[in-house]
Design a protein around this ligand. Structure first.
Ligand SMILES: Cc1cc2nc3c(=O)[nH]c(=O)nc-3n(C[C@H](O)[C@H](O)[C@H](O)COP(=O)(O)OP(=O)(O)OC[C@H]3O[C@@H](n4cnc5c(N)ncnc54)[C@H](O)[C@@H]3O)c2cc1C
Length: 454
């Protein structure tokens, strides 16, 4: 995710009210028992805040690790890599910047304007081709704005194709258009352009400033937040039941009772009905779960014996024969000083690649790199591939505003039930969905809701 070339960013003030945090004083928890389902960033944020307020908090986490969609892998010596989230998107005013600082995390920045684009022949695109891409981008952006101003919804794919008169375009122009859609919208929001709402896809806000990577991995942050919390990993929740006197949460390790429960299950898990709710969820919430989209972004890390690509560029873009396939790469050469490339596949292409074997995936990635850099480039000495759609505790990468959904559905998703059951997680954050900071803020919001209703 490059966050964000296409979209105009809204500047944000730092005040708690602007971030959606409650400004009223919070009541002490007086030892009330709260169960939090999920030790991702939203669950950790809620738990640490509730702990501070004097609640007796336990987190139940199905995986054998913390962090959820923040997942730093250590299998390469001295080279931790983030298989889930990796950037603080927009460091200015971003709450994650402050926690990173408190955690003593080392960060480095990458820049979306340090990029290079390669065409189908593997050569850097010419200035003439670059200006044609610019021209098409302007046309695409304008058509999206016109549709939005007319308050008319259809899929991004339909909007763009009708604006550029797809049937009359040359083969080359079509591949530029496909690349623009994939790079600016699908890689960004993770939904297929055919399913993404023109009207609402970019209804989110963004923080300003550069994007920062964690030199020692994003887990520096989750570890810091988890300090002192009661977290039961390897515990999968199967049912949440509530009545006027409390909640009971059934897990594969037994049942736990509490005064309140916070659910941070990813949208993909909610969509798949992996957890039973008794009595069921309200109709508005069920509708939101159905209508909002769960997108896909996968990564393939390739570690090489040396850097053979332009080391001063953070982003490499490839417009290859298959639209979207290995269209975006990030280089760790300049930012982290490592001979590592990360190839991204999003949305429909991401789903297809996810079904491939490791061998086929690496071969396909190398085919793209060899088309650009020639046959003499070395084979990777290591690789790591993510498959977030198949991950049973996520079932996708992050949420997007699908055609047929409305931003207000995120408020429906966030709505608590009977002052017993509370909801957090990236998908519940109307302003910053699909991000770590959105998930974090949703955790603080829910802690505020519990704190003000104690
Ligand atoms: C590949 C990828 C790249 C991304 N890149 C970025 C980025 O660079 N910057 C950024 O800001 N955001 C990025 N994101 C998005 C970001 O990672 C998420 O928005 C955020 O981490 C979500 O946090 P969460 O707490 O809402 O959910 P999660 O982290 O998913 O936490 C939910 C937890 O619930 C657990 N769980 C699920 N089912 C059960 C069950 N039945 N019982 C108990 N526990 C259960 C899960 O294991 C998980 O730990 C990326 C995501 C992906 C996948």
């Amino acid at each position: 995710m490059k966050r964000r070339d296409l979209i105009n960013l809204a500047g944000l003030a730092l005040a708690g009210g602007v971030l959606g945090l409650p400004s009223t004083a919070l009541a002490s928890g007086n030892g009330q028992r709260v169960i939090i389902i999920g030790a991702g960033i939203s669950g950790l944020a809620a738990a640490s805040r509730l702990n501070e307020l004097g609640y007796n908090v336990t987190i139940l986490e199905s995986r054998n690790r913390l962090g959820g969609r923040i997942w730093t892998d250590d299998r390469w010596p001295k080279t931790p890599v983030d298989l889930g989230a990796s950037w603080i998107h927009g460091v200015i005013g971003n709450p994650i910047t402050a926690i990173a600082k408190a955690a003593g995390a080392r960060t480095v920045t990458t820049r979306s304007d340090r990029y290079i684009i390669y065409g189908k022949d593997g050569k850097i695109i010419t200035p003439k081709q670059e200006s044609r891409i610019e021209e098409l981008s302007v046309m695409i952006n304008r058509s999206i704005r016109i549709s939005q101003n007319a308050n008319r919804d259809r899929s991004i794919l339909e909007t763009v194709r009708s604006a550029v008169k797809w049937d009359q375009l040359s083969g080359e122009d079509r591949s530029w258009v496909d690349h623009i859609i994939n790079s600016n919208i699908e890689q960004e929001y993770a939904g297929s352009a055919a399913d993404t709402s023109t009207l609402w896809f970019d209804s989110d806000l963004a923080f300003q400033g550069k994007d920062a990577l964690f030199s020692d991995g994003f887990r520096t942050l989750t570890k810091h937040l988890a300090n002192g919390l009661d977290i039961r990993i390897g515990t999968t929740v199967t049912e949440v039941a509530w009545n006027p006197s409390g909640v009971s949460v059934t897990t594969d390790q037994g049942m736990i009772q509490a005064d309140k429960v916070v659910i941070t299950l990813p949208l993909g898990v909610l969509k798949a009905n992996k957890v039973r709710f008794d009595p069921g969820l309200p109709a508005t919430k069920q509708k939101a779960i159905q209508a909002l989209g769960m997108g896909l972004l996968n990564k393939c890390f390739l570690r090489f014996p040396k850097v053979f690509w332009p080391a001063d560029r953070d982003w490499l873009e490839s417009i290859g024969p298959v639209p979207g396939l290995w269209g975006e790469w990030v280089s760790y050469a300049r930012s982290l000083g490592k001979p590592i490339l990360v190839g991204f596949n999003a949305a429909d292409v991401g789903r297809k690649v996810e079904t491939w074997s490791d061998r086929k995936t690496v071969d396909s990635a190398m085919e793209t790199l060899r088309r650009i850099y020639g046959n003499s480039i070395p084979d990777p000495v290591g690789y790591q591939i993510t498959r977030w759609a198949a991950d049973p505790f996520s079932l996708g990468s992050y949420s997007f505003n699908a055609l047929g959904s409305r931003p207000t559905m995120r408020d429906d998703l966030a709505q608590s039930i009977d002052n017993r059951v509370f909801f957090a997680g990236e998908a519940t954050d109307r302003k910053y969905f699909g991000t770590v900071h959105g998930a974090y803020l949703s955790g603080l919001r829910v802690a505020g809701e519990i704190g003000t209703t104690a």
